[in-house]
Design a protein around this ligand. Structure first.
Ligand SMILES: NC(=O)C1=CN([C@@H]2O[C@H](COP(=O)(O)OP(=O)(O)OC[C@H]3O[C@@H](n4cnc5c(N)ncnc54)[C@H](O)[C@@H]3O)[C@@H](O)[C@H]2O)[C@@H](O)CC1
Ligand SMILES: [K+]
Length: 479
């Protein structure tokens, strides 16, 4: 059966491979370029009326796409000028063919060349960006930015690395970015995601089986069908029994996590608590089970299958020993916040249960000080090293599995940057994993739901709202 590959994200190398395989299958490069240029022209003409347009063409095939756009807009009666980087005679292949189809002069790159533009098409660099943008290109792109008119980026905003989303030298801020076949990882990793504006993925005739053969390891967002809907004949014990190691002082963190775990359908949640905190938990939400038994005794019940430790935990030798002991159990384990901090320098081993680590950037650096690279690559390496699913938090959260798969999450709002938001996310993941999702699926779906709650809540969101918003978000998943 054909797989749904629409959520897959390609690396730049995979995009070249998809182009190449398509060309080998009998669709010429020139046809692909015509389809790419047509898609861009279509996106422009459906949004804007004819106006003075400047197309910035680079020396490669991104520039070739620009020549196609110029021709198609000109044929529709638009006034179009092209600024070309480098010599027209030096163009090669499909880009040369399309430059030859442009019967007018081109002008060299210069800030002055932008002056009368009412709309700018950035066809300078796409997949082929290999070094920092500087010199006359940087000056011309800056002038384009200062012109304050709509900017349409072809494939990627020039200066943004298609894999990492990082800026090479400088980059242009686009209003829309039209890319081809599938989005690339750099479209969704920051700062690339912001610089792209709206991302439009256009079909240029690359067939799905080619993407299936390439089998991209990166995706965007969790498939919603993973949600473990309660069954009519189900029982609370079929829906998992999660345990949260309750914080002694910051009891709110544990309570937020427990609420979220229950909202996503966990059958039972037990808070393991000691001392005065035990009474706090006993007198709060009545739907939580609360136990002050020894944690080993609590976990002796095999139905208690998943443990969350970290929210509000604090740091200390006893607590560190507790985290290490949990790593030696066969329970599914979600390690968050202080639990992660205490594992700096840990020698990671394969575990019997599922393991999910949910660090923010600071915790990640303490846990994996030697890992460098793009956010995607760092999460992937950390998952490989720790043999655990790694959920690297941020506005562009990345979830990585030890087998190399990664998901970039795109839901959420800046209102999630608030105390208690991470505890809620850990709780959602606990609720999903205790119901039987593996740690990767649970983390991907959990992050997606968490972000959707923020989008649904809108402005003024506080962490207490997240669990309350979950039912509204879940309703949108029901067919
Ligand atoms: N068959 C294909 O491969 C297709 C490619 N398409 C387009 O082709 C693009 C990729 O084309 P290319 O591989 O030619 O790459 P690009 O056109 O993105 O850039 C390559 C050129 O830019 C130069 N360059 C790179 N970084 C530079 C810098 N910082 N300063 C100055 N010069 C720099 C390189 O030396 C090379 O000449 C895609 O982004 C897409 O727009 C589309 O037409 C669809 C089909
Ligand atoms: K571009």
């Amino acid at each position: 059966m054909a797989k749904n590959t629409k959520n897959h994200l390609l690396s730049v190398a995979q995009m070249y491979e998809a182009d190449q395989r398509t060309i080998e299958s009998g669709i010429s490069g020139i046809r692909l370029m015509e389809a790419a240029g047509s898609a861009i022209a279509r996106e422009i003409t459906t949004r804007w009326s004819p106006r003075k347009t400047v197309i910035l063409c680079g020396p490669g095939n991104n520039g070739g796409d620009g020549f196609v756009v110029a021709r198609l807009l000109h044929n529709k009666g638009w006034y179009v000028r092209i600024l070309l980087l480098g010599e027209r005679d030096n163009l090669k292949g499909d880009a040369k063919t399309n430059a030859d189809r442009w019967p007018f002069e081109t002008q060299p790159f210069s800030p002055d060349g932008i002056k009368d533009a009412d709309l700018i098409v950035d066809a300078v660099f796409g997949a082929g960006l290999v070094r920092d943008v500087d010199g006359i290109v940087a000056l011309t792109l800056k002038a384009a930015q200062q012109q304050n008119v709509p900017i349409i980026a072809v494939d990627m905003p020039s200066g943004v690395d298609g894999d990492s989303g990082q800026i090479l030298g400088m980059a242009i801020q686009a209003d829309i970015t039209v890319t081809f076949c599938r989005a690339k990882t750099g479209h969704y990793l920051l700062p690339g995601r912001t610089l792209c504006g709206d991302v439009i993925v256009a079909d240029i005739g690359i067939q799905d089986p080619i993407i299936e053969q390439i089998a991209p390891e990166n995706t965007k967002n969790a498939p919603a069908h993973l949600f473990p809907w309660p069954k009519t004949e189900g029982h609370k014990f079929d829906r998992g029994h999660g345990v949260i190691v309750g914080g002694q002082q910051m009891t709110g963190a544990t309570r937020l996590a427990a609420l979220c775990a229950r909202r996503v359908g966990a059958g039972l949640i037990t808070i393991a608590a000691r001392g005065t905190a035990y009474m706090v938990y006993r007198t709060c939400e009545p739907g939580n089970l609360v136990s002050n038994d020894n944690l080993n005794e609590i976990l002796a019940d095999p139905r208690k299958n998943t443990v969350l430790i970290g929210p509000g935990l604090g740091i200390g030798e006893g607590r560190k020993a507790l985290v290490k002991d949990l790593l030696n159990t066969d329970k599914n384990l979600i390690l968050d916040a202080d639990a992660l901090t205490m594992l700096a320098g840990h020698n990671w081993q394969n575990r019997a249960g599922e393991t999910l680590l949910t660090p923010h950037e600071g915790e990640f650096k303490r846990l994996f000080p030697d890992i460098t690279g793009s956010k995607l690559e760092r999460a992937r390496q950390a998952a490989h090293q720790s043999k655990a699913t790694v959920l690297l938090k941020g506005p562009d959260t990345v979830i990585a599995a030890p087998d190399g798969r990664c998901t970039i999450n795109t839901t959420g709002t800046p209102w999630l940057a608030t105390a208690g938001s991470g505890d809620s996310l850990a709780g959602i993941c606990l609720g999903l994993i205790c119901q039987g999702l593996n740690s990767y699926d649970g983390a991907c779906l959990g992050t997606w739901l968490h972000g959707k709650c923020a989008e649904t809540g809108g402005v003024g969101l506080i962490s207490e709202d997240i669990s309350t918003l979950l039912p509204e978000v879940l309703k949108t998943l029901q067919k």
